[in-house]
Design a protein around this ligand. Sequence first.
Ligand SMILES: *[C@@H]1O[C@H](CO)[C@@H](O)[C@H](O)[C@H]1NC(C)=O
Ligand SMILES: *[C@@H]1O[C@H](CO)[C@@H](O)[C@H](O)[C@H]1NC(C)=O
Ligand SMILES: *[C@@H]1O[C@H](CO)[C@@H](O)[C@H](O)[C@H]1NC(C)=O
Ligand SMILES: *[C@@H]1O[C@H](CO)[C@@H](O)[C@H](O)[C@H]1NC(C)=O
Ligand SMILES: *[C@@H]1O[C@H](CO)[C@@H](O)[C@H](O)[C@H]1NC(C)=O
Ligand SMILES: *[C@@H]1O[C@H](CO)[C@@H](O)[C@H](O)[C@H]1NC(C)=O
Ligand SMILES: *[C@@H]1O[C@H](CO)[C@@H](O)[C@H](O)[C@H]1NC(C)=O
Length: 478
Amino acid sequence: MNSLSFTLFIFSIIIFLQCLSSTGATTCHPDDEAGLLAFKSGITQDPSGMLSSWKKGTSCCSWKGITCLNSDRVTMLELVGFPKKPERSLSGTLSPSLAKLQHLSVISLGDHVNITGSFPKFLLQLPKLRYVDIQNNRLSGPLPANIGVLSMLEEFFLQGNKFTGPIPNSISNLTRLSYLIFGGNLLTGPIPLGLANLNLMQHLALGDNRLSGTVPDIFESMTLLKFLDLSRNGFSGRLPLSIASLAPTLLALKLSQNNLSGAIPDYISRFNRLEKLDLSKNRFSGVVPKGFVNLTNINNLDLSHNLLTGQFPDLTVNTIEYLDLSYNLFHLETIPQWVTLLPSVFLLKLAKCGIKMSLDDWKPEAPFYYHYIDLSKNEILGSLERLLNQTSYLLEFRVSGNKLRFDMGNLTFPRTLKTLDLSRNLVFGKVPAAVTSLQRLNLSQNHLCGVLPVTKFPASAFAGNDCLCGSPLSPCKA
Ligand SMILES: *[C@@H]1O[C@H](CO)[C@@H](O)[C@H](O)[C@H]1NC(C)=O
Ligand SMILES: *[C@@H]1O[C@H](CO)[C@@H](O)[C@H](O)[C@H]1NC(C)=O
Ligand SMILES: *[C@@H]1O[C@H](CO)[C@@H](O)[C@H](O)[C@H]1NC(C)=O
Ligand SMILES: *[C@@H]1O[C@H](CO)[C@@H](O)[C@H](O)[C@H]1NC(C)=O
Ligand SMILES: *[C@@H]1O[C@H](CO)[C@@H](O)[C@H](O)[C@H]1NC(C)=O
Ligand SMILES: *[C@@H]1O[C@H](CO)[C@@H](O)[C@H](O)[C@H]1NC(C)=O
Ligand SMILES: *[C@@H]1O[C@H](CO)[C@@H](O)[C@H](O)[C@H]1NC(C)=O
């Protein structure tokens, strides 16, 4: 035997022995079997046959989704549904009899939209749990006040249910947590101050709830935090100082759609690893700190819908792919040179940024990457023609409420274009037949004239022009 086949031989013996121990020879512990069979009976529909191997009298350690590590006790229960095919997922409730599985350390029952009921309290009786995923089910009601008894828990996924009420204070006892993923529920009240204890936290996601109050000053010791999402809640007031302590590690800071106010703090200059910063739809005011030049890894920057003023600092980064500065009080005058030079932007939104240039003078470095452009509500002159000609992947171009003046009759579109909003400009000429390939079009309030091509767009897409006629407007005079 050469050494390779000897290795293979040994390897297959090991596999064979493992199969013996996990599938058949020993039956699983009777408590575990009973608990799992009771769980199965709480499931009313199992269209994809996830539980078809779960039969009384066969070793439960070999059932689908079950793992017994080194003994006859079940240590993992993993039955994740099908987020893209919800009709294949389980329906029913989570039986409290799972409390019999005293050695469980991993429970993963996410993505079953038709699993209903209240928070599964049996979890609190499982002292060895390290990983709990019950996200994207249809569970509801409050979180238990004594949730803090799950003291071994490292990762906790509750996102996308309908849990209500406050985040229990006892959460501060879950000091091993590194993932706390509670987004997309109906949670209310403040962020418990005790979260400050959780200094192993890496991912804290509380977005899309109804939380309120100020963002507490709890981040000082969360030096491992990479991802912080508090967006779409009712937080108000200024950002706390301790967010600054996250600078060396934080990759994503998402605070959009709250009622946060005050200036963007100067300490932002320390976040040189930050890839994603979303402060949109708040009430941040004042000038954007010069320290933004230090965000040298920023990929996704959204400051839209705030009250920011003045000039924007001249960045030198070339990592930005998504940039939205729309709807502030900026007076940029032109599309900044650093934006024009970005090598791989796919989304650029500079609506209502006080831009007064001609589009003919804008020569972006890499126009063919652009997928989304929004320059609405500025004072932009000139023609779309050259820019549209240079893009290859453009899906959406919005430039309503400007002073563009060109002959539309000659316009050609990239094949990818789906949305074109040119409303409220000074565009003249005919509407070209090419618009029939679009899904959304708005040419209202321009100086267009002539017979409309046959389209499905409503009359409001063409209203307020000089002399357009034909369906959906009134018929042309013969
Ligand atoms: C969920 O349950 C409802 C009512 O029992 C049913 O109408 C619906 O089709 C189910 N949805 C899925 C994705 O199984
Ligand atoms: C945390 O656990 C300790 C010890 O088990 C307990 O005394 C304390 O009340 C718990 N804290 C909270 C906020 O529940
Ligand atoms: C947002 O905060 C302002 C004060 O900064 C307050 O006047 C306003 O009522 C708040 N809005 C909401 C929706 O909470
Ligand atoms: C950028 O960061 C460096 C230290 O890394 C600091 O010295 C400098 O002041 C920062 N620049 C700005 C504009 O804050
Ligand atoms: C658009 O591109 C076509 C073909 O590449 C070229 O013939 C035409 O002159 C271009 N138009 C403008 C305005 O650049
Ligand atoms: C548009 O097309 C018309 C006729 O096809 C031509 O006379 C006119 O010069 C063109 N305008 C521009 C700006 O290319
Ligand atoms: C087009 O824009 C005008 C004003 O900009 C708006 O009133 C109208 O509803 C829009 N129509 C469509 C179809 O988007």
